[in-house]
Design a protein around this ligand. Structure first.
Ligand code: NI
Length: 256
């Protein structure tokens, strides 16, 4: 056998070995995959069985019962865009404080200037402060960089006053750019109940529109930039408290 042949044979046998090794690895991988799938399927099955066979033994030891769990309070988040407004936001904060209700404010950066004390109050009185851009702009029409700047400028102002950033953003006109890559992460928040309060000065109409539409888990959209909206908001709060609704901030509704 010539040396070249021998090298060739070794090479070929290496190829075969490599091939067998690869087939072996693939079989092993698929065994691991199907093994995991089987484990997951059996645990899911166990969960289904558990769900399907609730018995008296599942009742928590703290005295809660299935009936009690069904009667959890209805929760709703009331949110205000476009402020702060030197007169109406103050009125609203006073009204919410008396009722011990927490709201979420999506503030416009340029409106913070001169109203810093209202931002401070929101923070100290347990409200959540969200971001509604600096100039109330349609973010999806802007370049990524300009859009990020709109959000960051407002966040910086809030941070200066309260010591923390705004994590939640309500994009003006509901138009958010999902692919926006900013150096910070924002959670976009929309709404379920929109009485179009900015289109009317009729407080009762706004109240009626909200009350006829609202359900457990909803996010109500209003604007603390108009007197009629603020009056409507406080009446809505009173009505919903009377219907055993609990008011929570948007983060409590979304993250829990
Ligand atoms: Ni707005």
């Amino acid at each position: 056998m010539r040396r070249a042949d021998s090298v060739n044979k070794i090479k070929k046998s290496c190829e075969w070995k490599a091939l067998f090794a690869e087939i072996g690895a693939r079989i092993a991988k698929s065994m691991v995959f199907w093994g995991l799938a089987a484990i997951l399927a059996s645990s899911a099955y166990t969960d289904i069985v558990k769900l399907g066979s609730g018995t008296a033994a599942d009742v928590p030891a703290d005295g809660g019962n299935v009936q009690g769990n069904l009667e959890e309070p209805k929760r709703v988040a009331i949110t205000f865009d476009d402020g702060p407004h030197s007169v109406y936001t103050k009125e609203l904060l006073d009204g919410l404080a008396i009722r011990n209700v927490h709201a979420t404010f999506f503030v416009v950066g340029k409106n913070i200037v001169g109203n810093e004390s209202l931002i401070e109050r929101m923070d100290q009185e347990g409200h959540l402060i969200g971001n509604h851009t600096y100039d109330h702009v349609k973010i999806c029409d802007m370049s990524g960089e300009a859009a990020c700047e709109q959000v960051e400028k407002t966040s910086a102002l809030v941070r200066e006053i309260t010591g923390h950033d705004t994590e939640f953003v309500r994009p003006p006109f509901g138009a958010w750019n999902k692919s926006m890559e900013c150096s910070f992460t924002m959670i976009p928040v929309l709404w379920n109940v929109d009485p179009l309060d900015w289109t009317t000065k009729n407080k009762d109409l706004v109240v009626q529109r909200v009350l006829s539409d609202v359900e457990d888990g909803d996010i109500i959209l209003l604007h603390d930039f108009y007197e009629s909206s603020v009056q409507a908001a406080l009446q809505i709060v009173d009505e919903l408290l009377g219907q055993d609704y609990e008011f929570v901030t948007v983060d409590e509704l979304i993250l829990e």
